[in-house]
Ligand binder design. Structure first.
Ligand SMILES: Cc1ncc(COP(=O)(O)O)c(C=O)c1O
Length: 382
């Protein structure tokens, strides 16, 4: 049996909405994008949301809007995707890594505290796999040192911890609507903020820095525009928003299905020799983006190949960012610098995990993990 790593959630409703937009006069950013932004903000309990082309561009614009510049330092965890650090480099600032908690993989608040220097301007906590960092503690730390918080919630639209949702305690939060994410339009992103000033600035920067968006410029009579700052071009379009709106309306039922699959995996995999799971902090509503397991140390790649040979699509989220060639060369990072992240990154692999998984496929995934763990523990004994 083959179980692909990912299947999208696009169905009849999304297709009908895209066709409706295709038949309408506006295909770029227009009323459907605005509707998505309003509904996303309402869902999050945030003042404002802004649609962009990716997490990467949204987060880059947020850092720009916060005034991050060459010489500044931004604290990030090493257990994350490349773009969390790359956007800091794009502004000429320095990414400073702070290790993660050994059992959750989330930013360790004390490690972040120790990484603060007089040049630190911001912290980017990453809500990895869909579990949230301790935003209350991070907010207290940021306030104590006069730092900005920008949340990487590429994996976490639906999450909540200690009564706090993404975007509620930070300057801004960024989401990814990339192909495999819980909400997807192939590629896309969103920024949400309680600050109208930041949201307005990001909205302007995504349209070249222009004083008027395309909808305003082309509706009815021509109106001149001006520009007081050189911006970029990375706005969401109505075609993207058309794919996202029906998924947003179903977001809680899609999550409930993933939660049920996660419970099946947790129970089915429990007791497999040498296999562990990431812990979830208490008082957490997990957004359940990915389902990573921790393979026996030193055997992850062999585990992964054996799962693939049993027909499973698998992936690694992530290899530790500070050990990528660029970051080693640029900043001299080496193995041993961030031991918790390195250990988790050496062991982690992600299983197929999406609402359209069928019951027999879930059984096959569990069976394959159990068998592989048994095979590798037997190899270990001989
Ligand atoms: C933790 C994390 N941050 C940021 C990103 C970047 O998202 P995007 O591809 O929308 O730029 C990803 C993408 O997978 C991610 O996993």
């Amino acid at each position: 049996m083959k179980v692909p790593f990912y299947r999208h959630n696009i169905g009849d409703e999304e297709i009908a909405k895209v066709v409706e937009v295709l038949r309408s006069p506006i295909h770029t950013a227009g009323p459907v994008t605005q509707e998505f932004e309003k509904k996303l903000a309402a869902y999050l309990g945030c003042q404002r949301a802004v649609g962009v082309t990716s997490w990467t561009m949204g987060a880059f614009l947020c850092l720009r809007s916060l005034g991050i510049k060459p010489g500044d330092e931004v604290i990030i965890p090493p257990l994350t995707f490349l773009s969390t650090a790359n956007i800091v480099c794009h502004l000429g600032a320095t990414p400073v890594f702070a290790d993660v908690e050994p059992d959750t993989g989330l930013m360790d608040v004390e490690a972040a505290r120790k990484a603060i220097t007089p040049r630190t301007r911001a912290i980017i906590p990453v809500h990895i796999y869909g579990a949230m960092c301790d935003m209350r503690a991070l907010k207290a730390l940021a306030d104590q040192h006069g730092l900005y918080l920008l949340e990487d919630a590429a994996h976490c639209v639906e999450g909540c911890r200690d009564g706090v949702r993404p975007g509620q305690l930070s300057e801004a939060v960024c989401f990814s609507f990339y192909a495999t994410k819980n909400l997807s339009c192939g590629d896309g992103g969103g920024v949400a903020s309680q600050s109208a000033k930041i949201a307005d600035h990001v909205a302007k920067l995504r349209f070249h820095g222009m004083s008027r968006g395309s909808e305003e410029r082309y509706s009815g009579t021509y109106r001149h525009y001006d520009m007081d700052e050189a911006g970029y071009k990375c706005n969401m379009t109505d075609l993207m928003a058309a794919m996202l709106l029906p998924q947003l309306a179903r977001i809680e039922s899609l999550l409930a299905r993933k939660e049920a699959i996660a419970r099946r995996y947790e129970q089915g995999i429990a007791g497999s020799p040498g296999v562990d799971l990431f812990k979830t902090p208490p008082q957490t509503k997990h957004a359940r983006h990915l389902f990573p397991i921790l393979a026996p140390d030193g055997k992850r790649d062999e585990f992964l190949v054996r799962l693939q040979n049993k027909g499973l699509g698998v992936a690694v989220h992530f290899n530790s960012l500070h050990l990528m060639k660029y970051y080693r060369r640029q900043y001299g990072f080496k193995e041993g610098d961030f031991p918790h992240a390195e250990r988790l990154c050496r062991r982690t692999l992600s299983l197929p995990f999406y609402p359209r998984l069928e019951e027999v496929e879930i059984d096959h995934v569990i069976q394959s993990v159990r068998e592989t763990a048994a095979e590798l523990s037997a190899t270990h004994l001989t």
